[in-house]
Design a binder for this molecule. Sequence first.
Ligand code: ATP
Ligand code: ZN
Length: 300
Amino acid sequence: MDNPEQRIKIAVQKSGRLTDHSLDMLARCGLKFTQSKDQLFCYGENMPIDLLLVRDDDIPGLVSEDVCDLGIVGRNIVEEKRLALLAAGKEASFDRVFELDFGHCRLAIAAPEETAYAGPASLQGARIATSYVAIVSDYLARHSIDAEIVYFSGAVEIAPKLGKAEFICDLVSTGSTLAANHLREVDTVLESEAIIIQTRAPLGSAKQGLVDRILQRLDGVLQVRESKYIMLHAPRAALEEIARLLPGSESPTVIPLEGKGDKVAVHAVCRETVFWETLENLKAAGASSLLVLPVEKMLA
Ligand code: ATP
Ligand code: ZN
């Protein structure tokens, strides 16, 4: 039995927009879990890494208070917690580690379609309905605007209709909710996506080693998504042009081809999407026998 002190705990959203992606990324890192009966806890079967399934709003606090070592949550929630603590004269005890490239959205200011807007100055003296009190307060302070913030815990978009506010500030991804409520997006306060945060509490070398391993695997998962392995044959004289055409690759491997004189095989990992146009351009530059393979795992 492992010493529970030596196990890593990761806070993940229990049920919502981030859940499937978060669990999928951890599975791609090779982690396997069994879920407890109460479904709040997932025990790591093959590594000493467990999950705590919670509301996304609780994740920054759990990591800041060192209940969890890592957390996967939207930057919007992380920033709200950081600024709310700051406003209370406290400092959040977590660090942002890196972006995870899912859960993209923005915290935007919107108003009824007929409302005129000419920059943040138009918010002067207005009422703004939002669930993001700390972020909006910080935004107003940075623009030296005096406005009233009206707190809504949800359904912020109905505030103008209820006569509670002239503007709202809420999360938007496609804008369809705004359109359905006859609201127009007028400004962006924060660009958001899922990020991973780590507690600032010192972890000890064994735990920190485990955290570093899982972060390196997550980074590998992000890197392979667009990556492809390209193989082709080419005349040696065309190598310079071909290397230039290979999208986002480091120096390719060049292998002589037995009995083919001046012809070589070129192998390269491309870290950007490989389009049909790229293959056609490579062919035009002299390449033949082109093969593009997906990359499953990568460790820098
Ligand atoms: P919980 O029950 O965990 O509190 P929630 O209802 O607050 O869930 P979700 O709606 O599941 O949260 O959204 C979780 C996160 O997904 C948001 O905080 C945000 O980072 C991200 N997100 C991406 N697109 C959108 C969107 N269109 N609307 C709201 N959130 C979005
Ligand atoms: Zn929430």
